[in-house]
Design a protein around this ligand. Sequence first.
Ligand code: MCN
Ligand code: CUM
Length: 806
Amino acid sequence: MTEAAQTREERATALKGLGTARKRVEDVRFTQGKGNYVDDIKLDGMLFGDFVRSPYAHAKVLSINTEAATALPGVVAVLTAADLEPLGLHWMPTLAGDKQMVLADGKVLFQGQEVAFVIAEDRYIAADAVELVEVEYEEQPVIVDPFKALEPDAPVLREDIRDQLEGAHGPRKHNNHIFTWEQGDKAATEAVLAGADVVAEEMVYYHRTHPCPLETCGCVASMDKVNGKLTLYGTFQAPHAVRTVASLISGIAEHNIRVISPDIGGGFGNKVGVYPGYICSVVASIVTGKPVKWVEDRIENLTSTAFARDYWMKGKIAATKDGKITGLWCHTTADHGAFDACADPTKFPAGFMNICTGSYDIPTAYLSVDGVYTNKAPGGVAYRCSFRVTEAAYFIERMIEVLAIKLGMDAAELRRINFIRADQFPYQSALGWEYDSGNYHAAWEKAMKAVDYEGLRAEQAKRLEDFKAGKTRKLMGIGLTHFTEIVGAGPVKNCDILGLGMFDSCEIRIHPTGSAIARLGTISQGQGHATTFAQILASEIGIPADDITVEEGDTDTAPYGLGTYGSRSTPVAGAATAMAGRKIRAKAQMIAAYLLEVHDDDVEFDVDRFVVKGAPERFKTMKEIAFASYNQAIPGVEPGLEAVSYYDPPNMTYPFGAYVCVVDVDVDTGVTDIRQFYALDDCGTRINPMIIEGQVHGGLTEALAIAMGQEMAYDEIGNVKTATLMDFFWPSPFETPNYQTDWTTTPSPHHPIGAKGVGESPNVGGVPCFSNAVHDAFRPFGLTQTNMPHDHWRVWKVAHDLGLHG
Ligand code: MCN
Ligand code: CUM
């Protein structure tokens, strides 16, 4: 069919733009084994690095003998802190303003800490040499409990900052204390609590877990001594930031560093931080003049890279006797491990934990967080978390349930009467945020109706009767959650990482024949950016998504951006893409007007072309315009068709959702069967419904993992008890339930296409929903709060402690 013969609708469909369930273009290579991951990179003469790691969680390092290792044929060098010290690289700055040992400097502070770096001709020789390095340790008392860490006579973990009273985020009150962060009005909140009809109080613990991406972290460093250029391939979620930090740390000029993130096999926040392996590989490449590869194994990934959560959240929630919430108080003890390496924007040492008033109109609130050092791995924040929003959502959604119990109220009704109303947006929260848009009541009603909430409660009541009558040993639980997310950091005025403002970018080049390349400052790790960003652009500039290449991750070619985490790609780089597209369109309009011999204002954009107003038969397609921009001399217009946008968002976006989970709990085995899971997400304008569905399925499955079994567990002397996938729960299709997805659409008022992020929402909302379901099953027997993960043993124990085993 010729272009002219197509209807307007057919032309729009052909673009595969916004709202199209376009198939993922990435999958053509991923499903055929043609992905290109860090470990696929093989360079001439490449060497391999491997770490000697500490078996102890806290010990002095008395000596390191590398002789036997160095003597092994094929070993090129063994680096220790002593080798890095002259370069000033034995310690490195963390994203949270702390510093971290690159290689053990006098002591080790967690099990698995990097002690020495062996460089060898192949990976197996390196592994053998690791065994030959002799390290003499002297064990020290271990602290794995953050409350014990703050006791007056607790052993000092960080000798390097002993007695330093000022930290990166204000005063420190103990040698194992990192910071205190306060938000909201303490006095007013305490006054509300003192005068309230009802106050519910609970300690809510969100246990330590780990993102555990399929592909572990790794890099290949290649120093070209002739040109003075360093190329660093790595599993980086923020390649530009890595380049800047690498330049600052190494002294190599930034233009001489090229950072490339190739395909990434899942990030989930685990690949935001900077790890000793990167520094050691770069140093090793500079020293040897050869490329050096370092790739973690699974145990190393689980024990030494960025963990997640580990927040002890003490809460008090006040309400009138009819259930109108009047105040919220929270004190969090945050276990940050041996070094504060959380990846949060600088001004937010506990991330966006101050979104903990959730979806509710709570007039008065106060939050304080104490960060604490323990003998556990550093990192923190990562894992589909949007900077601690998962913790905040878990906290408030548990507190709502606890309050409902105290009030003797239905938890769905309690939520309904406290939701922020649609007419209150933009809504100013008591803890400092301006929620951009939402319609919580509409989402909630839709969810309640979809699952037949009344019917479920009736069935549950019947089941309870049967249980009490001895006719069944299974209790039914109904988990509810309404969450509010906060994603899309910037704005630059509030958010920076290491002083780098959190904007993002897109650069577009239209080729003469009407196809295009768009490059962004973000980097996909499985989210399908190459698919969806082309769709945003297709709708903006009228070139089919199939004719647009999206490229990310090469700092030599992509415009500067802060990367992909905190579900910021759509809110920030997606906005930049739309804005750059609009610049292209503005220039195309001038070209079209010239070609059509009318004034600029007399043409208008129509799907894939500019038409003369009132004369739709007179038009120029974007393809024609693209060609003209390269081959015609147009007065006052530069040749070519390119644009770039650096976008600093005016606010964050606030996606939300209403989730319901129904479980059957076998009180004798602790086995919890997830019968139904309904997830309604509102992420504003939906770019690709199929990708959104995939994101929701993935996030919910990770939520299932965390709520029902996944845990980074330590024993009292700091041994990691869950260092392999035998012990660390990773759900397979066998454990994964069916998900019923749904949506409402409340566009963001400030985003150019109204889109909000969605990547982390299902985890933020999913964890409290699974957990609430388990709690709800035991509500009739007096359970108010029990710790996750709700694995079979723990659930059995809850039943046992409640006297349900006779
Ligand atoms: N999307 C859409 N319409 C919207 C919002 C998003 O179609 N209104 C699409 C986007 O175009 C994009 C995807 O959904 O293709 C996710 O977008 P967004 O919510 O902006 O999140 P990011 O792209 O910034 O991804 C980060 C987010 C985070 S922080 C974690 S953690 C996580 C997640 O994405 N890690 C993932 N999802 C992941 N999915 C995979 N497969 N692998 C990971 O490592
Ligand atoms: Cu917090 S996990 Mo994601 O931001 O990469």
